[in-house]
Write a protein that binds this ligand. Sequence first.
Ligand SMILES: C[S@@+](CC[C@H](N)C(=O)[O-])C[C@H]1O[C@@H](n2cnc3c(N)ncnc32)[C@H](O)[C@@H]1O
Length: 214
Amino acid sequence: MAVDPGRPPSPRRRRPLGADPTAWDEEYRAGRLSRLHGLAEAPRYGIIAAWLRHLVPDGGTILDAGCGEAALFAHGVRERPSLSYVGFDLSMVALETAAEMIGSADMTRVSLRRAGLADYEPAPEDPLYDAVVLTEVLSYSAESMTWLDRYRPWLTSGGVMIVTLQVPRRPDSGAHGPFNALRAVLDGPAWTLLDSAMLTNPRTSNAWSMHVFR
Ligand SMILES: C[S@@+](CC[C@H](N)C(=O)[O-])C[C@H]1O[C@@H](n2cnc3c(N)ncnc32)[C@H](O)[C@@H]1O
């Protein structure tokens, strides 16, 4: 089931995005996600990059699940040439832009794939991942937290999951479902929480709940 990720629906938005690749392609074609490369989003990637610097060893591999246009590569991977980066997303349009933004010089250590969170499988040549990042992707599907366990067998022994969710703004937002489900997952015995951060932007009233766990 598709849910609203917390932002009031734009009058231009004709249907919920959910896990619909065509709807996401339209969003990217219309440039409605270009804000992800803007100043107001940089602190979110900055915190993730700091966690990656601390937790992913040189030579490691990062899986960016729902990578969009791979903004995370620019913020946290480009600066470390020994890292490999695998990004996947539902939107082919986003992946084409991601390839352009990463550039051919870095593509030797990058693999971009079209897949959904519920059915992604690593390629046979992939090593285990040192970090699986799910940033601003789990709010769009009500059942998304049930997919987290799929990723555990693909982590190295010291590997980590990094999850961020935008804090829902409206009391009736469907994004409260995934938001509360993540809290329940992290309160439970299945995962060990290593660190959390709350990021708020008083200028835009956006807030992000950010967690790293294994
Ligand atoms: C708000 S964008 C965030 C992109 C990227 N994680 C970032 O922070 O820059 C949400 C992305 O999640 C992707 N997405 C949504 N549901 C997905 C699913 N079920 N499987 C894979 N990707 C999904 C969309 O295509 C979109 O690129």
